[in-house]
Write a protein that binds this ligand. Structure first.
Ligand code: PGA
Length: 249
């Protein structure tokens, strides 16, 4: 079956108004195939500007995080309902930088995924192992320990509206990409794990690869059977490179 393909740009804490103009004017003119979605996830202050610069129906916006509560006394936090109000469609949740630096445990990530879904946002749920975990043969147990609390919290049927991004921590921002073979093996494992709960749902979930994806390595990665696109950090800030990645899926 043909799953939706997605290329999502994670700007992290980078960019400014000029970058919004440069990236969107470059992307709006592109043609993407029917089942393809491009998602731009700028820092929150630029979400509205990106949203209003979009003229191409294949481009959507996403947040980089949400709070797990609807509203209230949570200074500095962002509610999923506010994002919906801005017509934002996606939210990156559980990115390894948030897990490592901002105490986003797998249980908290599960709450955020639940709240995003309840608010009508599609979560881009990030999972991935560290270099030490891979070397110790703990990749699979790490990935299931990140997925299981989310499945327990929202139920596998809800994964019809979830995108999973596999991002090995050792490949993020390091220039070290997982080989296409390792990435495919790991994606196959993730899909198999989801299928152990519901085989039909597992077939529909877009699985994105992330970690030092660039214009040179994207084609081989995206050609793999279980890789349905990418979550792109550094290379999403350069319009010519990002256009190539978007067209490679
Ligand atoms: P990178 O980041 O492409 O710069 O490695 C990917 C990510 O962290 O989502």
């Amino acid at each position: 079956m043909s799953r939706q393909t997605i290329v999502a740009a994670n700007w992290k804490m980078n960019g400014n108004s000029d970058l919004v103009t440069e990236i969107l004017s470059g992307l709006n003119e592109q043609r993407f195939s029917d089942n393809h979605q491009v998602v731009i996830c700028p820092p929150a202050p630029y979400l509205a500007a990106v949203q209003s610069a979009i003229t191409n129906s294949k481009i959507a916006t996403g947040a980089q995080n949400i709070n797990e509560n609807e509203k209230g006394a949570y200074t500095g936090e962002i509610s999923a309902l506010m994002l919906k109000d801005l017509q934002v469609q996606y939210a990156i949740l559980g990115h390894s930088e948030r897990r490592a630096m901002f105490h986003d445990s797998s249980e908290l990530v599960a709450e955020k995924v639940a709240y995003a879904l309840a608010s009508g946002l599609k979560p881009i749920l990030c999972i991935g192992e560290t270099e030490e975990e891979r070397e110790a043969g703990e990749t699979e147990s790490r990935l299931t320990s990140q997925l299981a609390p989310v499945i327990a919290k929202v139920g596998i049927e809800k994964f019809k509206d979830v995108v999973v991004a596999y991002e090995p921590v050792w490949a993020i921002g390091t220039g070290k990409t997982a080989s296409a073979e390792i990435a495919q093996q790991t994606h196959e494992f993730i899909r198999g794990y989801l299928a152990s709960f519901d085989a039909d749902v597992a077939q529909t979930v877009p699985l994105l690869y992330g970690g030092s994806v660039n214009a040179k390595n994207c084609e081989e990665l995206f050609a793999q059977a279980d890789i349905d696109g990418g979550l792109i950090g550094g290379a999403s800030l350069k319009i010519e490179e990002f256009k190539k990645i978007c067209q490679a899926v």
